[in-house]
Structure formats: C-alpha cells, structure tokens
Design a protein around this ligand. Structure first.
Ligand code: GDP
Length: 177
C-alpha cells in the first residue's frame, strides 16, 4: 500500500512504566476507543499511529507501547534514541509503580539528552477508593525532577486519556519543533 504523506509533522512517542499500570489500554483508548479488561503484558514493543490536529497542522503520532518487565529493559532502552516524547506511567493504586518512576526516568535520561519531553501519567484514577499515591505528591515529584507535564488518567472510563496524549504532542510541537 502506498503511504500518503499528508501530515505536517511526525512525532514518535514511547509509553514506559511498570508492567500492569495500563500502558496498553491507554494507547488502545486513544487510538481505537477500546478497553481490554484482560490484556496481557507485551513481550515486544508494539506500535499504533494516531493523527491529531494542533493549530491547523496534522501531527502524526507514532506511539510505541513498551513491555514493562525487567527482562525487556535493554530492548526498550534501544528505542529511546528515536523518540521525542515519553509518557512514564504509574498506577495510582500501587505505590511501588510510582516509586519505580525514578528508575524509568534515569534510564531514559541516561540514553537521551534533555531534549526529550516527558509526561508523568498516574493511571487508574477511576479507582479512588484504592488510591495510594496522592496527586500532590506526584505533582511535586514532577517539579523536583524536571518532568515537563503531569496528568492523572483512567483508561477504563477514558477520562483525560485523549487530553494527555494531545497535551504532550502540543507541547512538543510548540517547544521542540
Ligand atoms: P500494561 O502492562 O502497562 O500495558 O497494562 P495493561 O494496559 O495491560 O493493563 C493492566 C491491567 O489493568 C488490565 O487488566 C487492564 O484492564 C487494567 N487497567 C488498565 N487501565 C486501567 C484503568 O485506567 N483503570 C482500571 N480500573 N483498570 C485499568
């Protein structure tokens, strides 16, 4: 099939974070309006493409969904050099996934210069009764470590999902291009 280059910009993003935090479902919601209750962990880097409009320009986002398990860290790391933006995802109901954000951040920054735009995403925000990471703590952490953007999302009820991806892409368009 012939590829039609109708977009104005092409940005590659990567979703990283511990296994089970909801990376695959965030992408599934954003690209196809779907949610999967029984999604299995990835064993390779998967990709989906979404076109969005920012300031009358068409941005083609190629979004990589990386496996979160420890044994794939090396594989995932090799993709960092071709990405312009990263979403580091944790699960607001599992504190350990938030504590591990620092490690994901370090691995990303060890391989990339400061040019990469990073959004911290606290997913599963629908599970308010099980919350174990406070919004304010995540926000102050983001500021302390110079993460550009922070959002809480729910891939289940879809809240803030489109907003998160769109905000990140708009930020890249405005500040990096
Ligand atoms: P990944 O390993 O980070 O890609 O996580 P998945 O997208 O595979 O999700 C792991 C599990 O969490 C699955 O059972 C999903 O159905 C569930 N899940 C993902 N996002 C949400 C969410 O926003 N809210 C709730 N309640 N469950 C979610």
């Amino acid at each position: 099939m012939v590829e039609h280059h109708v977009h104005d910009h092409r940005f590659i993003l990567i979703l990283i974070g511990d296994s089970g935090v909801g990376k695959t479902n965030l992408l599934l919601q954003f690209s196809r309006n779907q949610f999967n209750l029984e999604s299995k962990p990835n064993n390779c880097v998967e990709i989906d493409v979404v076109n969005i409009n920012v300031d009358d320009k068409i941005i083609r986002a190629q979004i990589l969904d990386a496996p979160g398990e420890e044994r794939y860290r090396e594989l995932v790391g090799t993709y960092y050099r071709c990405t312009i933006g990263a979403l580091i995802v944790y699960d607001i109901t599992r504190k350990v996934t938030f504590e591990n954000v620092e490690r994901w951040l370090k691995e990303l920054r060890d391989r990339r210069d400061q040019n990469i735009v990073i959004m911290l995403v606290g997913n599963k925000a629908d599970q308010i009764n099980l919350r174990s990471v406070q919004r304010e703590d995540a926000l102050s952490f983001s500021e302390r470590v110079n993460i550009n953007l922070f959002m809480e999302t729910s891939a289940l009820d879809k809240s803030s999902v489109n907003n998160a991806f769109t905000k990140l892409l708009a930020h890249i368009y405005k500040h990096v291009v």
